[in-house]
Design a protein around this ligand. Structure first.
Ligand code: B1M
Length: 223
């Protein structure tokens, strides 16, 4: 891995957003995720390599949290640094020039505030020619239902990062399904599996943004 990419990953893991950010203390005054990503892209570094390094950094901070080595504020700073990176990466994954293949409504389910994975899925799906309606985080079933009413031919994507919000996801699928029996729903997020997705009545499960894009292409071809 190129040294600059490694440093960006380290900034994400440590929650070093940008040069002005005073956190963490031992990195004060140094360039952060924001400046370094800009520099790396200017130098022609592959956007996908930067993204993968940052995803790995988020896994590392999650592991540290699991071992009680860091706490919620550190995870939050890491998430902010990751957001600074993805802002720079967006143009590389969003072409914007293709005619919309359909509408994809996405959100993180009620009770869940994690949005980085969901934002990446939005970015990739949009980059693959879909019109994306991102409802944000902590999205209650009614909000999904209101959005679907406005776009009845849409496809719906649900994200959840907590074991506890799988229940909320399942409730969302059921409530949507009761009103829109034939709507296509794809679910994703770290605690999910294909089996859980099937049990809750979703049409599909995607492990990552690329999987979501492949699944959307397949259902579009089948329809
Ligand atoms: Co939270 N958190 N967190 N957290 N957090 C996890 C998820 C955790 C695994 C950490 C740990 O214990 N090791 C753990 C969950 C344990 C569990 O339930 N199994 C956890 C916990 C416990 C919590 C709190 C309860 C902590 C507390 O308060 N005590 C709390 C809950 C708040 C809430 O949601 N109600 C909490 C809070 C937070 C922050 C707010 C501080 C922050 C989120 C900030 C934000 O998102 N804006 C945060 C963070 C950053 C994490 C970790 C460290 C990183 C998550 C992340 O962004 N990963 C996370 C540890 C980890 O993931 N290893 C952790 C990077 C991202 C690219 O991956 O989101 O998995 P991910 O998305 C992937 C795939 O899952 C997939 O594609 C993405 C790219 O590959 N994907 C989809 C996601 N959605 C998809 C949808 C699809 C398809 C694919 O189709 C629709």
């Amino acid at each position: 891995m190129n040294e600059l990419v490694e440093t960006i990953g380290r900034c994400v893991e440590r929650g070093k957003i940008n040069k002005a950010s005073p956190f963490p203390g031992d990195m004060k005054g140094l360039d952060g995720a924001d400046e370094l990503t800009h520099q790396a892209l200017e130098a022609g570094t592959d956007a996908e390599a930067i993204l993968q390094a940052c995803i790995a950094a988020m896994v590392r901070i999650g592991e540290k949290f699991g071992r009680n080595e860091v706490f919620v504020p550190e995870m939050l700073m890491a998430a902010k640094a990751m957001k600074a990176v993805t802002e720079h990466l967006k143009p590389f994954f969003q072409s914007g020039s293709v005619q919309a293949k359909g509408t994809f409504i996405i959100g993180t389910v009620a009770g869940d505030l994690h949005d980085i994975g969901k934002n990446l899925v939005s970015m990739f799906v949009e980059g693959n020619g879909w019109n994306v309606v991102d409802l944000g985080v902590d999205v209650k079933p009614e909000k999904f239902i209101d959005a679907i009413r406005k776009q009845p031919k849409c496809v719906v994507g649900l994200s959840a990062l907590l074991t506890t919000t799988i229940v909320s996801m399942s409730k969302t699928v059921q409530e949507i399904r009761a009103l829109f029996p034939s709507i296509n729903i794809v679910v994703g997020g770290a605690p999910l599996t294909m089996e859980i997705a099937k049990e809750m009545g979703a049409n599909g499960y995607a492990r990552d943004p690329q999987g979501a894009v492949r699944w959307l292409a397949a259902i579009r071809e089948a329809s």
